[in-house]
Each structure stands twice: as structure tokens, then as C-alpha cells.
Ligand binder design. Structure first.
Ligand code: 5GP
Length: 392
């Protein structure tokens, strides 16, 4: 486990509100209990319960959202989640979250994302690089962990790249999903004092400006998640197509429950990555493998939610042996009490991966990030220099 912690890692499938620390969740719930908003004694055991089915997990998310949906808690959670990943040597993190609107708290989807960005800014224990490449160091010869300018009292400060994915929840309407993708556009039009009724005519301008604005906040992609037993993914297709047209990457939760037609159609869409892939049938595996779509594998999550029968039977083995692109991820490190190092440790002990294989698995993940080539190049150098210090 110690070795898994020491190795640099890439996290590409982490839900913000699923990665909340237990203590923070209890803290926030207790505070709401004191205010009389919730009955703390009723929720304490729900928070502390360890084994949860998939449907219980979504009940817990409903509770988490009651407890965390104000700007300051979102900022606090973001800060802590980034600190937690950085502390176990995650050097690149794609953090996903569903922008939420709550009129009674004066929260819009935009102000929600602002609160997340505030959380990234608030981290002081490590350097957080969330501003995209034009503002990132171009000196590629300075790998993440060995930049002399980062030495503070002789200690080397850690750095972590963070990019954001905005999630669309399967309970949302088509319009709400569109709002997640285009809410920045409204700001642009306001800034330019343009009153545009015919968006079609301005599509190209809108695309360029939208992409630029989103990049400023480190948003690189869109995720479709939420309870897989709810809704039809087709509802969100317009927003996903629009996102893709803006140059945003798309990742889909795919095959978390048995739904052959949906899996088939999702693979047809050719997302840049998919998450889980637990209920794939022969035909789906064939299509997945021929299209080379990388899979975000969440071992603990799949076991805890009974999405795979046993860890030995996990599809990781088949994909790994077939050299299919895959990346180990936590999904919800708080909800499932795990960490990325733990996921590597499980893969090592269950599937017999040695240190070199784990390191390669981790390093290969660089190729599937939604961050740009400058970041990829810096990460490759980081891994190369780590390989030397780990004597691989
Ligand atoms: P948030 O988006 O609020 O930051 O993170 C929690 C949300 O992520 C949940 O409400 C749910 O929509 C989504 N989520 C977290 N874990 C899972 C998962 O394992 N499967 C799916 N489909 N969605 C998830």
C-alpha cells in the first residue's frame, strides 16, 4: 500500500460530492441538525453505514446534497478533496460535479461552479494548477515534483493539476442539461451587450467564446451520471452533441445496469471515455474494443454496489489482458471509503500486478486525460523522473 501511495497517479473519475470526507459530512450534518433543518440522529447511521447497494448509494447522495448545497460547503469540500488526492500523490485530477441550482440559497449553476473554483483557489498545502496551458509553466524540463522554485524551507511543495468535468444528472430535463453546457454563454452575451435572438447565426462566435470562457475555469468536459435506473440518456443527447461541438470532451456512465439498447447507443455516440461498463454483453465488448474507447474502472465502487459479483470476476482482467485502454479510479472515495492508492493496491493483490505493471498502468492513463498536450508532456516527465526515484 505504501508503494501505491508513493507512485504518481492520475484520477479521472471522481465525483466531488462522493469524495467528501466522512468527518466533514458529519460536521455539516450536525450543523444542519443544530439549526433544526434535519434530524441528525436519523442521518448519522446512514452516513456511517459501510455496505450500500446502488440504490442506497443514491439515497445517500440525496442526503449529501441536502447537507452540502450551499456555496461555502461546496468550496470547503472542493478544497479538502483536492488536498486528499494530492496527499496520496495524485498529480492530475479530473474532478466532476453536477452544477446545482437552488433559488432559496441564491445558487445558480454558475455560482455553484464559482464556489468549486473558489475551493481550488483556497488550497494552500499544495500548488493547484487549474488554469489551462497558456497560463501553466511552459518550462517542460521542470517536472511537477522537482521545481527548485517550489522549495519551501527545504521541503518540495507538491503540485497537482486539476481539471473540471460538469456532470449532467439523469434526473434532469433536456433544458437543465443544456443549461449546464451553455450557462457560460449567457455571461458572454451579457458582457458584449449583445441581444441575440437568432443563436444559429452566431454559432461560430458563440463556440469560440464559450470554449475560451470555460477553459478559463479549467472545465474540459461533460459527464453523464446519476441514478442509471432513472431516465433515458437520449434526453441529454442534444446537450452532449452541443458540448462536443464546443470542443468539450464527453464521458458517459455506461452499463452500470443491464440496458442493452442504451449501452449500444452510447457506444455509437463514441464518447471519449466511459465509466464502469459492468453489464456489457458480448456485442458491447466487441464494439468497445474495436472503437478503443478508454474505460474508467472503479473496483471498490462496483463491488460495494454489487455491480459485479466478485472482484476476481471483474472485467478489469479481460480488458487489461486485451491491452484495452483503461484507468483505475475511485468514483466516490468518501462514500466507498477508498483512495486511488487503495484501488491500485486491490488491483495488485487481486490480479497479481507487480510494481512495474502498476506504474505503467498509472502512466498510460496520461493518454486518456482531457487536459491538453502541454499538461500531458509535463506529466510524462513527472512519471519519468518518478520512475528513477522509485528505481524502476
Ligand atoms: P456531485 O455531482 O453532486 O458532485 O456528486 C454526486 C453525484 O454524482 C450523484 O448525485 C450522482 O449523480 C453522481 N454519481 C456519483 N457516483 C455515481 C455512480 O457510481 N454512478 C452514477 N451513475 N452516478 C454517480
Amino acid at each position: 500500500m505504501e508503494w501505491c501511495v508513493s507512485m504518481p497517479k492520475i484520477e479521472l473519475h471522481a465525483h466531488l460530492n462522493g469524495s467528501i470526507r466522512d468527518n466533514t459530512l458529519l460536521d455539516l450534518a450536525r450543523a444542519l441538525g443544530d439549526k433544526g433543518v434535519i434530524d441528525f440522529s436519523q442521518v448519522e447511521h446512514v452516513i456511517l453505514k459501510n455496505d450500500r447497494s446502488l440504490s442506497e448509494v443514491f439515497k445517500l447522495f440525496d442526503l449529501i446534497h441536502i447537507v452540502t448545497t450551499d456555496h461555502s460547503s461546496i468550496t470547503r469540500i472542493t478544497k479538502e478533496v483536492v488536498e486528499d488526492f494530492a496527499s496520496e500523490n495524485v498529480v492530475y485530477l479530473e474532478l466532476r460535479t453536477t452544477p446545482k441550482k437552488n433559488d432559496s440559497l441564491g445558487m445558480s449553476k454558475r455560482s455553484y461552479v464559482d464556489a468549486v473554483v473558489e475551493g481550488l483557489r483556497a488550497v494552500s498545502s499544495v500548488d493547484v494548477a487549474f488554469i489551462p496551458s497558456s497560463e501553466e509553466p511552459t518550462n517542460l524540463s521542470s517536472p511537477l515534483l522537482s521545481d527548485a522554485s517550489d522549495k519551501c524551507n527545504g521541503n518540495i511543495r507538491k503540485k497537482i493539476f486539476v481539471r473540471l468535468l460538469l456532470s449532467i444528472d439523469r434526473r434532469e430535463t433536456t433544458e437543465a442539461a443544456m443549461e449546464t453546457v451553455i450557462f457560460y454563454a449567457e455571461v458572454f452575451w451579457a458582457k458584449l451587450s449583445l441581444f441575440v435572438t437568432d443563436l444559429e447565426r452566431y454559432t461560430h462566435l458563440l463556440q469560440v467564446m464559450l470554449a475560451l470562457e470555460m477553459r478559463r475555469f479549467g472545465v474540459v468536459g461533460i459527464d453523464l451520471s446519476g441514478n442509471p435506473a432513472v431516465g433515458e440518456w437520449i434526453t441529454y443527447l442534444p446537450a452532449l452533441i452541443f458540448a462536443r461541438q464546443q470542443g468539450l470532451y464527453v464521458t458517459l456512465h455506461c452499463g452500470e445496469v443491464s440496458n442493452s439498447k442504451e449501452i449500444h447507443n452510447m457506444l455509437d455516440f463514441l464518447p471519449q471515455r466511459i465509466g464502469h461498463a459492468c453489464f456489457f454483453e458480448e456485442e458491447h465488448w466487441r464494439r468497445l474494443k474495436s472503437s478503443n474507447i478508454p474505460v474508467e474502472i472503479c473496483l471498490t465502487s462496483n463491488i460495494r454496489t454489487l455491480s459485479v459479483p466478485t472482484i476476481d470476476a471483474h472485467h478489469f482482467v479481460d480488458l487489461y489482458n486485451a491491452r484495452h485502454p483503461l484507468v483505475l479510479c475511485t468514483d466516490d472515495s468518501g462514500v466507498f471509503s477508498t483512495s486511488l492508492s487503495n484501488e491500485y493496491n486491490i488491483a495488485a493483490s487481486t490480479f497479481g500486478l507487480g510494481q512495474n505493471e502498476m506504474f505503467e498502468l498509472s502512466k498510460n492513463s496520461i493518454e486518456f486525460i482531457f487536459g491538453d498536450n502541454v499538461v500531458k508532456e509535463i506529466l510524462r516527465k513527472t512519471f519519468d523522473s518518478a520512475a528513477k526515484s522509485l528505481e524502476l
